[in-house]
Design a protein around this ligand. Structure first.
Ligand SMILES: [Zn+2]
Length: 293
């Protein structure tokens, strides 16, 4: 019998119940690789009386399909809406598996999808190979125009922020107190900065510190039932920005900045040894430019 490698691909999605009617799939705290197939992300769903609301769709068509199968094992209610928290590839490319459902995102996210999704997709095909089979950029994403919605017994708040990207959507369920924070919050995993605006991001984190939620689902890493994950993200972002800015002002070059020892409290963050140099590449030129002006 001829067995194709592609036939065996299984994300083995790990579903956890976060609260009543609320579930999350927790991805690996890793970089994209052929062994994880791009499942480095958290996604989730809320089962309302009317139907299911999906929050982010993962890195590939296959992930979306397997997510959908897993949802089907929990409920036979229809999937009525998909929300994308932002435009990064690990969060959006499963959307095709929900092509019969309206997919919504913030205007800034739509714009970024138009400009960058094809490049992200090409890159993911290179990094995770066969897992991406059949995945295309989904064209028909709609603008999310509402901030509140009462749906099937759940009062949902759609909170518009930015800072990780130009459009960061958070979903808060007043009934359960669960907050899907997207990539504004990373937990025990180094944050990513390719589209970061640190000022906006800090403002978003400050707002989060004042929000009453019971459980926070970060974009990456474990759930948090306190402000820990928010504080950790804020602490690292502050350190990152001040370290790079100060180093530029002291005249260090990019390689020297990459050699700066990490404070002990950040050393246990997953993938920091790859994310920190990447962040230096993103942020060093910004501060260099600032200094020249
Ligand atoms: Zn992400």
């Amino acid at each position: 019998m001829l067995v194709h490698a592609g036939d065996e691909l299984d994300y083995r999605l790990e579903m956890i119940q976060v609260a009543d009617d609320t579930y999350a799939f927790i991805g690996e705290k890793e970089d994209f690789s052929r062994s994880n197939g791009g499942n480095i992300v958290n996604t989730g769903f809320i089962v309302t009386d009317t139907g299911v609301i999906v929050i982010d769709t993962g890195p590939s068509l296959l992930y979306g399909q397997q997510m959908r199968e897993a949802i089907g094992r929990v409920t036979d209610k229809p999937i009525i809406k998909v929300l994308l928290t932002h435009h990064h590839p690990d969060h959006i490319f499963g959307s095709q598996a929900f092509a019969d459902t309206p997919v919504y995102a913030l205007p800034g996210t739509l714009e970024s999808i138009r400009g960058e999704a094809q490049g992200f997709l090409d890159n993911l095909y290179r990094m995770v190979g066969p897992w991406m089979k059949g995945t295309r950029v989904m064209e028909s994403v709609r603008v999310l125009e509402i901030q509140h919605e009462n749906i099937g017994g759940h009062a949902l708040e759609y909170i518009t922020m930015s800072g990780h990207t130009a459009g960061d959507l958070m979903v808060f369920d007043e009934k359960t107190g669960v907050l899907f924070a997207g990539d504004l919050v990373f937990h025990n995993r180094a944050l990513t900065t390719p589209h970061a605006d640190p000022g906006d991001w800090m403002a978003a984190l400050d707002r989060l510190l004042n929000m009453d939620f019971r459980i926070l689902v970060p974009g990456h890493g474990e759930l948090s039932s306190s402000k820990d994950a928010v504080e950790q993200t804020r602490d690292y972002l502050l350190w990152l920005e001040s370290t790079i800015r100060d180093a530029v002002q002291r005249g260090l070059d990019m390689n020297e900045v990459m050699q700066i020892p990490l404070p002990e409290r950040f050393q246990a963050l997953a993938v920091i040894s790859s994310e920190y140099p990447r962040s230096v590449i993103h942020r060093f030129p910004v501060y260099e430019e600032e200094l020249l002006q």
